[in-house]
Design a protein around this ligand. Structure first.
Ligand code: TRP
Length: 458
């Protein structure tokens, strides 16, 4: 049996605090860095259509399921399953469902390990905008500057370390004190900034091509099965879904709030952020003659050209990389919190001990990702390098698989009346639609995408 920690469980200060924390978890590098390059690689508008369908039919119902499980279970990702499905004569408590929680803790390790690396790149760019170094293009251009930095053996690790230290620091002092405040100010500022930049980007001369790329689908792209897996993985990644992050956050919630409204706001805001980031990036991509399928470096090579194209653009560079780093931090905190909450309960560690040990191990796990663009180039699966391999396995396989189990748990493992009551839906049309999506649409959709990506349908 697992031990239970004797510290009282923290709670969010307010309903707004919870929504802000969930939004802070959702909005991060996934919306700007990952969305733009994955959309760029997968045909732009056609990808966006599939992505939005995945959010509505699969993502949003599972967000609701995670919130419900967390608030009802009042424990971490694994413990909530143990509490809610008491087992029977053949099965231990939580079996077999808690496999989703255990996979979730593993996913948190994997995702944060490379998330810290990319966020480190952001911090390095922030420094270079603060010093003025990137206010005008280096002699070999921004692309060469980026390539040189990420292929180094020292700098990427240093910046990854700094970012992880900040993340650990926040989880160390406790999730409530640490994040409710930051989200209130910095996230809206990031939203305003990317809106301003996307309006400006439309004047750069790539507007019609950029808008067409993002909004006018080339339906032939739908014939490629990889686009579905990419969209599914991106939906889970961006919503912080499928690994119990939202279960963990839901567990810090008392039972007074209404979950469906919270879930809808989080998903809407997260999707808007991604679309606006696309509006900011793709017109600029075409204006500066960059390949939209350039890969994970896309924002790092496009945005400096944007900031270089108007007087004092460097100030926007500072703001952009600062606010993006802040958004990455609130997301990273939610990743670390999943693992830390589990270790606190399971091993009766203190929060401080758990943050340092777990965070430290995740930092070490991330070092091969930090080196993947240099000395470890060539190490990975197939044509993916190491960092992209970790991302692929965690985001495109583990998260949707976790989501599948969560959907089945809520849809089939829960009594229908309890699911409707515990989710705050009640026996309403929406509530029944939600259960229908959880029971049939999400599981079949996820399995279908998996099968099609391994070529089962030709
Ligand atoms: N959603 C975050 C982003 O878009 C990343 C993230 C935070 C995450 N917590 C997560 C992804 C949990 C998957 C699972 O940047």
């Amino acid at each position: 049996m697992s031990q239970s920690s004797n510290q009282p469980r923290e709670q969010w200060a307010s309903r707004v605090g919870f929504i802000l924390a969930a939004m802070g978890s959702a909005v991060g590098l996934g919306n700007v860095w990952r969305f733009s390059y994955v959309a760029g690689e997968n045909g732009g508008a056609a990808f966006l259509v599939i992505y939005i369908a995945m959010i509505l039919l699969i993502g949003l119902p599972i967000v609701m399921a995670e919130f419900t499980i967390g608030r009802k279970g009042q424990s971490d990702a694994v413990g909530s399953f143990e509490k809610l499905s008491p087992g029977n004569e053949r099965l231990a408590p939580g079996e077999p469902w808690k496999i989703a929680g255990i996979m979730g803790v593993a996913s948190a390790f994997m995702i944060l390990s490379f998330y810290g690396v990319i966020a480190g790149w952001i911090l390095y760019y922030l420094l270079n905008y603060l010093t003025g170094n990137l206010w005008s293009a280096p002699t070999d251009g921004y692309g060469a500057f980026f390539g040189e930095f990420i292929s180094g053996s020292f700098q990427p690790i240093v910046w990854q370390f700094i970012f992880m230290a900040l993340t650990i620091g926040i989880v160390f002092v406790g999730v409530k004190k640490g994040i409710e405040r930051a989200n209130k100010i910095l996230m809206p500022l990031l939203g305003i900034l990317i809106i301003v930049l996307s309006v400006y980007g439309l004047t750069l001369g790539g507007a019609s091509e950029g808008l067409a790329f993002l909004f006018s689908p080339d339906w032939s792209a739908l014939a490629n099965p990889n686009i579905y897996l990419a969209a599914l993985g991106q939906a889970f990644f961006s919503l912080s879904l499928g690994m119990g992050a939202l279960i963990t956050y839901g567990s810090y919630l008392s039972s007074k709030e209404s979950l469906p409204g919270a879930a809808a706001s989080v998903a809407t805001l997260d999707t808007l952020f991604a679309i606006i980031a696309g509006l900011m990036i793709f017109p600029a991509v075409f204006a500066f003659g960059i390949d939209p399928a350039a890969g994970p470096g896309l924002v790092f090579v496009v945005m400096p050209d944007v900031f270089d194209s108007f007087a004092l653009g460097g100030i926007f560079g500072i703001l952009f990389f600062f606010l993006l780093a802040a958004a990455a931090l609130t997301s990273a905190v939610s990743l670390l919190e999943v693992a830390v909450a589990y270790f606190i309960r399971k091993f009766n560690w203190s929060r401080k001990q758990a943050s340092l040990i777990v965070g430290g191990i995740i930092f070490l796990f991330g070092i091969p990702s930090a080196l993947s663009q240099g000395v470890l180039a060539g190490v990975g699966f197939g044509d993916l390098d190491f960092i992209d391999s970790v991302d692929f396995i965690a985001s495109n396989i583990f998260l949707p698989l976790g989501g599948l189990i969560i959907a089945l748990f809520m849809g089939w493992g829960f009594k229908k009346a309890d699911a409707l009551k515990d989710s705050d839906f009640g026996n309403t049309v929406l509530g029944n639609l939600w259960l229908f999506l959880l029971r049939y649409v999400a599981p079949i959709g996820i399995i279908f995408v998996f099968l099609s990506s391994i070529g089962v349908f030709g």
